[in-house]
Design a protein around this ligand. Structure first.
Ligand code: HEM
Length: 139
């Protein structure tokens, strides 16, 4: 019994470390990205506390821990995000997850990220413009 608990704790610790590595790698990539970099620069005053919040979010999403208690969509409504940011965000996150996480955890993280990207995009840009592209306003 004790061994199973110890094993579960060790698994969790290594998953937590992989999550942290993924989040760090994602922000390394995003920080130097010409599209996302300026948004991060303008809106994240201090990187370290931000990495902690986002790691806690992923720990909640993937491992069911409870350190993250926020509402991500509500945070993004107030940010200067445009529709073209979404595919870039997802592609950098996908790369970061594959580079840093064991395969199963990376697949779960990428699936969750794809779903949330879709939800955020349709929540923030619920209409279509004259060309049929996602838009904040009805035509
Ligand atoms: C268009 C793409 C995105 C951009 C440019 C973006 C940018 C940002 C920025 C600048 C912050 C910091 C906000 C602040 O501290 O006030 C933030 C927070 C956060 N983002 Fe994103 N984000 C994007 C998409 C996503 C997606 C798809 C997810 C889902 C996994 C996500 C998860 C989070 C989380 C969990 C936080 C922390 C929220 C909190 O403080 O409670 N982001 N994002």
């Amino acid at each position: 019994m004790e061994t199973a608990v110890e094993e579960a704790k060790a698994d969790n610790a290594s998953a937590e470390a992989a999550i942290r590595a993924c989040v760090t790698r994602f922000y390394e990539k995003g920080g130097t990205d010409p599209l996302l970099g300026p948004v991060f620069e303008k809106t994240i005053p201090e990187l370290e506390p931000h990495l902690e919040i986002v790691s806690n979010f992923w720990s909640h999403a993937l491992l069911g821990t409870t350190r993250y208690q926020g509402t991500p969509f509500g945070v993004h409504v107030k940010l200067p995000i445009e529709v073209e940011h979404f595919p870039r965000w997802l592609s950098l996150f996908t790369e970061a997850a594959k580079e840093t996480m064991p395969e199963e955890l990376a697949s779960a993280a990428i699936a969750r990220a794809e779903h949330m990207t879709q939800c955020f995009q349709s929540g923030l840009f619920p209409f279509k413009d004259a060309e049929g592209n996602p838009s904040k306003e009805p035509v």
